[in-house]
Design a protein around this ligand. Structure first.
Ligand SMILES: *Cc1c(COP(=O)(O)O)cnc(C)c1O
Length: 397
């Protein structure tokens, strides 16, 4: 009898009791809107922003309705206008080109490398096509951020970081999201903290912060933002910045604050699971493990490997055989978008040229979620199943 895994790939842990109690207190107060405070009261949202800014070492922080909203707000706040071109990763997920489309701009896709990061040579070659890079740290893989920032600084390209998969990660000890001009995070259920939906935006730039706060729908209440820039940053922009409501509420902030206090410990738990699976997958013929650079502090909330040069039907067979044994893998080589997985040519509102280098790599990327509800034993079992099924299909081919 072959082993079968019976756990769920989509089951996250419960919200910490402390968060549940804080959320119930907010509901009992009736003051869910961030600007609705009793005299002397600091809203949960305001405290969350202060705490997160301090945690990543950013000057300013704004809590918003989603990660996608944080990215489109960041694009608007740095001055991207309708019709502008924005550089971004060919290997990412739909909210990224979607944020660019939300401001009427046009994505210019940059190739992915075999290490699953943005291709710095292709970035250098395309850097004259735009003033802005929306850099997606897709599946938690950080490019060489020193080299990337040098290329972008030299070309006058402002960097907005999509840290949906790198909250808690770092490059050379610098928290992900603080190297570029703006960092954007998601607090959606499948990310590193869970408020159902939610997003955070950080920056050190007072004008960008002021614009983002006005954009998010602060009316003239911006002085209530303790993680916002001084009042004078709003002097002119408060008249010329439209209100595009996307605030976070106190209920979500209450749930998030204890989770952020636990973030480092949770990241360590993800990494134990990640490295357990990675260990089990090493030395599987036909399968390439993604080596992580030593400058990278990872958060292993998902794992990827490559089936390099495999035919599509053989990859499909591996996925089907693993699924039969309870292991849900995702593939980025499919012609049709499936579930959360899609690829640059799935977004047909963009007139993107074919990227043969990226196509070659995407055709071999296999991806798996690693929820914290998995035990280390589960992880070892999952790796054994993948190893056996990849081996079986590889030998038959
Ligand atoms: C989840 C995600 C986001 C943000 O998504 P929201 O659901 O809007 O919070 C951004 N980028 C990537 C790569 C994501 O997976």
């Amino acid at each position: 009898m072959s082993e079968v895994f019976t756990g769920s790939f989509t089951q996250q842990e419960p919200i910490p009791e402390e968060g549940i109690e804080a959320a119930v207190a907010v509901m009992r107060s009736g003051r869910l809107h961030r600007y609705n405070t009793a005299p002397g009261e600091l809203a949960e949202t305001v405290l969350l922003e202060q705490e997160f800014a301090e945690q990543v070492g950013a000057k300013y922080c704004l809590a918003v309705a989603s990660g996608g909203y944080a990215m489109s707000t960041a694009l608007r706040a740095v001055g991207v206008k309708s019709g502008d071109r924005v550089l971004t990763n060919a290997f990412t997920l739909a909210p990224v080109p979607g944020a660019i489309a939300a401001v009427g701009a046009v994505p210019v896709f940059v190739d992915v490398t075999e290490n699953l990061v943005i291709d710095l040579e292709d970035l250098r070659a395309k850097a004259d096509q735009s003033d802005v890079l929306l850099l997606s740290h897709m599946r938690g893989h950080l490019a060489d951020m020193d080299a990337l920032m040098a290329i972008c600084d030299a070309a006058g390209v402002g960097v907005i970081e999509d840290c949906a998969h790198t909250m808690g990660a770092a490059w050379n000890g610098v928290p992900s999201g603080t190297q570029g001009r703006v960092g954007c995070y998601s607090c959606q259920t499948y990310k590193h903290v869970n408020s159902g939906e939610g997003g955070l935006l950080v920056t050190d730039d007072p004008e960008v912060a002021a614009r983002a706060i006005m954009l998010s729908g602060s009316y003239m209440m911006y002085e209530k933002h303790l993680a916002g820039p001084p009042k004078d940053a709003f002097e002119t922009i408060r008249y010329e910045t439209p209100n595009i409501s996307g605030r976070m509420d106190n209920l979500r902030a209450a749930i998030l604050r204890p989770q952020l206090r636990d973030l480092d410990a949770q990241c360590a738990r993800w990494n134990e699971r990640y490295f357990e699976i990675e260990k089990g997958l090493r030395d599987t013929p036909g399968l390439t493990v993604i080596e992580r650079p030593e400058q990278e502090t990872i958060v292993g909330s998902s794992i990827q490997f490559l089936l390099k040069g495999w035919q599509a039907d053989a990859v499909g067979e591996v996925l089907a055989r693993c699924l039969k044994r309870g292991v849900e893998l995702k593939w980025f080589g499919g012609a049709e978008p499936v579930g959360f997985t899609s690829r640059y040519d799935s977004w047909r509102y963009v007139d993107a040229p074919v990227l043969p280098e990226s196509d070659k790599i995407l055709a071999g990327i296999v991806d798996m979620r690693v929820p914290l509800t998995f035990s280390l034993k589960d992880c070892a079992l999952i790796a054994r199943i993948i190893k056996a099924e990849v081996g079986a299909v590889y030998q038959a081919g």
